[in-house]
Design a protein around this ligand. Structure first.
Ligand SMILES: Nc1ncnc2c1ncn2[C@@H]1O[C@H](COP(=O)(O)OP(=O)(O)OP(=O)(O)O)[C@@H](O)[C@H]1O
Ligand SMILES: [Mg+2]
Length: 238
């Protein structure tokens, strides 16, 4: 469960105070797939950064699994983030001097995961890159790089996956493949998936769509597309 209460973000730019997120409440149950959509500059990336604990809000509290990350020490926060959260970016963020396999393996080794080598290979297989583990990022296409980034994000089996326009740099066919892979992890592992996208069609395939404008939530709707949400809506009727 992700729970934001009265969360806002104000930044100081020169003499000016700029409110980039107006105070907002948002709660996302475990396993939900929610898409975040809105024009450029509406606060989507800011929101993900706050949920990941990479940035601190100006007001409010952010709870992940009932733990308030806004009052935690840096060390505890890093520890919780390592256990609970995976992050995927538009620009992949792979380490160029490491192979695909090493990009997945290294964070696991740092965290002291047992059988890290076997797990890294299994993740490569799962994202369809069985034979590409020895290739460096420069030898991979955009879609392949994003697959490696997804495998790395799932190395710690996170409860929450935050994806910031993960298909933004890909053509529509590769974008669709990446989207399907994220959906598969969401369904099979019940990973909460928070997906920022500019693509209305992709956003409409989520279980819930939250629209931002000027740092505010302007719409928050449940969609019918995933089985768990169909159940939620039925239980409202019953
Ligand atoms: N550290 C900062 N200092 C000043 N302004 C900032 C800072 N971080 C973000 N902003 C501004 O806050 C607004 C929201 O930024 P954010 O990156 O969250 O938008 P976004 O919805 O992700 O946009 P895009 O779709 O272009 O990625 C933008 O106007 C941005 O310029
Ligand atoms: Mg952004």
């Amino acid at each position: 469960m992700i729970a934001l209460t009265n969360v806002s973000k104000v930044v100081t730019s020169g003499a000016e105070q700029l409110t980039i997120l107006q105070p907002l409440d948002l709660s996302i149950p475990q396993g939900q797939f929610v898409s975040i959509i809105g024009p450029s500059g509406s606060g989507k990336t800011t929101l993900l950064g706050l949920i990941a604990g990479l940035d601190a809000p100006t007001t409010g509290s952010i709870k992940l699994d009932d733990k308030d990350i806004t009052t935690m020490s840096e060390d505890d926060l890093a520890d919780l983030r390592g256990k609970l959260v995976g992050f995927i970016f538009q620009s992949f963020h792979l380490i160029p001097s490491l192979t695909a396999y090493e990009n997945i393996l290294t964070p696991m080794e740092i965290m002291g995961v047992s059988k890290a080598g076997e797990k890294a290979q299994a993740l490569l297989d799962e994202v369809g890159l069985h034979d590409r583990g020895h290739h460096y990022p420069s030898q991979l296409s955009g879609g392949e790089k994003q697959r490696v980034a997804i495998a790395r994000a799932f190395a710690n089996d996170p409860q929450i996956l935050l994806a910031d326009e993960p298909t933004g740099n890909l053509d529509s066919k590769n974008g669709e493949h990446i989207f399907e892979l994220l959906l598969k992890f969401n369904r099979e592992r019940r990973t909460t998936l928070v997906l920022v996208t500019h693509d209305h069609q992709l956003a409409g395939m989520a279980g819930r769509k939250v629209s931002f404008r000027d740092g505010r939530i302007v719409e928050d709707v449940l969609l019918n597309s995933t089985p768990e949400n169909v159940n939620v809506q039925k239980s409202f009727v019953a």
